[in-house]
Design a protein around this ligand. Structure first.
Ligand code: FE2
Length: 248
């Protein structure tokens, strides 16, 4: 049985141990709860069973649990410069069977671990069992939706440790990928503006219609682009808005 009220209490206690004067810790703590809510919403709108909806919410709560150790040790979100935070999350959950405090039913563990390990991959791994694939797609959509949400209001200081990013260029390769409906690979991101634009490209890997509806309803893409209005960003705005409309 899944008891997300209990899982939320255990999570709250775990997160409270970390340094909340660090804005990146605060950001991730808030992100986790919103992702859990969005995952639940997507699963509900997909008309999944109650058990599947509860599991989607639980995976939402746990997907970024590795972020806290990552931030404590390295004070960065950048996996490239520290650790893969999904692998770190699974390690945290496996250590002393911590997962048991969140959910005592072992039949869910494989789905939870595999969905966490797949949530931050560039592409979802091949050959997953249908239930694991479904939950992996839900957490990927929910995570991306909330990353787009937080790009609307978080400071560049918290995100990039910079006051402003608008003076940085979007490199040609990143712009081209964005205007071809392709996700940008991390190795191609050379500037903070590349990273900013590439985040918008998350929409090219969104799986479900309810997810596109949430994005449109909240108007995240336009709000993000309004923070960094440049001619290249306007091109991205046009392309991306059309893409979303076609998916709904
Ligand atoms: Fe994550």
């Amino acid at each position: 049985m899944i008891d997300n009220l209990k899982a939320r209490q255990v999570l709250k206690k775990y997160i409270e141990k970390y340094d909340f004067s660090n804005p990146r810790i605060k950001l991730k703590a808030a992100h986790i709860y919103r992702v859990a809510d969005v995952a639940k919403q997507i699963a509900t709108e997909l008309k999944l069973s109650q058990e599947q909806v509860e599991l989607a919410e639980l995976i939402g709560l746990l997907h970024d649990i590795g972020r806290f150790e990552q931030l404590r040790i390295y004070d960065t979100f950048k996996d490239r410069e520290s650790v893969n935070h999904a692998e770190m999350g699974v390690k945290v959950l496996k250590e002393n069977d911590f997962i048991k405090e969140f959910c005592n039913d072992e039949k869910y563990y494989d789905i939870i671990y595999t969905a966490i390990l797949n949530h931050n991959k560039y592409k979802i791994e091949d050959g997953l069992d249908s239930e694991i694939l479904l939950q992996s797609k839900i957490i990927r959509d929910a995570d991306k939706i909330d990353i787009l949400n937080l790009l609307v209001f978080e400071t560049f200081e918290t995100l990039y440790k910079k006051k402003e990013i608008i003076d940085e260029p979007i490199t040609e390769k990143v712009l081209n990928a964005m205007l071809e409906g392709k996700q940008v690979e991390r190795k191609d991101q050379k500037t903070a503006m590349d990273d900013w634009a590439s985040n918008i490209g998350y929409i090219y890997d969104i799986n479900f219609k309810p997810s596109f509806k949430i994005l449109k309803e909240k108007d995240y893409i336009n709000k993000i682009i309004n923070r960094t209005k440049t001619p290249k960003m306007e091109k991205i705005r046009n392309y991306v808005n059309k893409y979303i409309d076609e998916k709904i």
